[in-house]
Design a protein around this ligand. Sequence first.
Ligand code: NAI
Ligand code: MG
Length: 483
Amino acid sequence: METTMTFEYAPAPESRAIVTIKPKYGHFIGGKFVPGGKHFPTINPATEEVLSQIALGGKADVDAAVKAARKAYANTWSKMSGKERGKYLYRIARIMQERAREFAVLETLDNGKPIRESRDTDIPLAAAHFFYHAGWADKLEYAGLGTSPKPLGVAGQIIPWNFPLLMLAWKVAPALAAGNTVVLKPAESTPLTALLFAEVCQQAELPAGVVNIVTGDGSTGALIVNHPGIDKIAFTGSTEVGKIIARAVAPTNKSVTLELGGKAANIVFDDAPIDETVEGIVNGIFFNQGHVCCAGSRLLLQENVAEEVLHKLKNRMEKIRVGDPMDKNTDVGAINSKEQLAKIIELAAVGDSEGAERWSPACTLPNKGFWFAPTIFTGVTQAHRIAREEIFGPVLSVLTFRTPAEAIEKANNTPFGLSAGIWSEKGSRTLWASQQLRAGVIWANTFNKFDPTSPFGGYKESGWGREGGRHGLSGYLKGVSHE
Ligand code: NAI
Ligand code: MG
């Protein structure tokens, strides 16, 4: 028998007093903040409050940043010993830890994600990436690329809004450890933690020009991608923009890594431990409002346990707390932007019109800001758009299967191949399934676990190259591979 208890939670708001947000920001170029020309607002998506005015980087700004990065590369950073570079990375990592609360509050205000997640996941993992890569800086000859691998030069890095500081860390830490300098552009809706990171670079006395941050939108990103003074492009974002970038760099000498979309299958076999599995399903799709490229957005249930799993999943979803991201009890926060909300609403409506059955728990959403209740669609088939396209929101599509072979067939029937999940108590089945699945990251009896030592990346339209671990480092080095 199940007992259902619902607790009322008193509000537990985190204070925003720890952060100082300037009314207006410029770019960070050559170690200094320089004024921008045009500006645009960044808002708190949970309240629609304007937080600050952000500079829209144009050609002159990108030129200046590339020039500063080139100078720092040639005169300072590429000449410094790995051990010295490592010291700076350790220093940055420690300052990020010291200022973790400031980063977490700022991330939540600008992005809309729950403070519990920015505090416990985004910021600690971002610091961990700097610590991990600091350790590599003086050991690059063990990266599997020959005895003296060399940096590429100036890296142009373009990141999305779903994990703003963490994606910055994934890009900047390996680039710097390997001896490259960078020009980074944060996403237009979430630039504030990147600008705080610029202050951390100053605090760490990182040589001027090693890290340059130019804010702006897609037009600024395109200027970076097409700049002739850049040696490598690293991008995380939509498959659509990833394809534009791949085309733009194809006729050039630039190297490129792309981390794009996904539509991960989360497969539940009939011997899975159901209660743990339900927790993993919830974490897989509702973590970070489902704004996760590796989200477990396609749930594949073995038919004979489907009813039980769905019953328990709905019970569990009744207890998800949606609301104020600054409240420490909140599980699901605000959708990052009006545009993203419109996209989620549109794709969910397609789910209705294609005949899938929509279900959400009763929940009261705030009046202001951008919100979408945790949602599942049952009766989804392979042909449905909600089974094929990335929704990038708190929406789960549920399909069923009869045999393990059918599960694999359905799981792999996608243009993506970023991640997958397997739930089973049988080790041999888990290993068998993980060998059949065409996905870069496969979790067994867990989901959405990240670690800087573990390479992350996709097959097919999910991208090129890996980030993290020794494999990720190779994206910032040239050398002779012995593998
Ligand atoms: P996007 O791909 O447009 O934005 C990501 C970054 O690329 C931002 O910094 C943006 O300014 C920049 N950008 C945009 N156009 C560019 C161009 N032509 N050249 C260079 N840089 C450019 O993603 P968007 O529009 O915010 O989200 C749309 C969809 O993309 C989402 O619904 C989701 O499905 C997917 N997405 C996937 C992400 C992932 O982590 N794989 C992250 C963000 C979005
Ligand atoms: Mg914002």
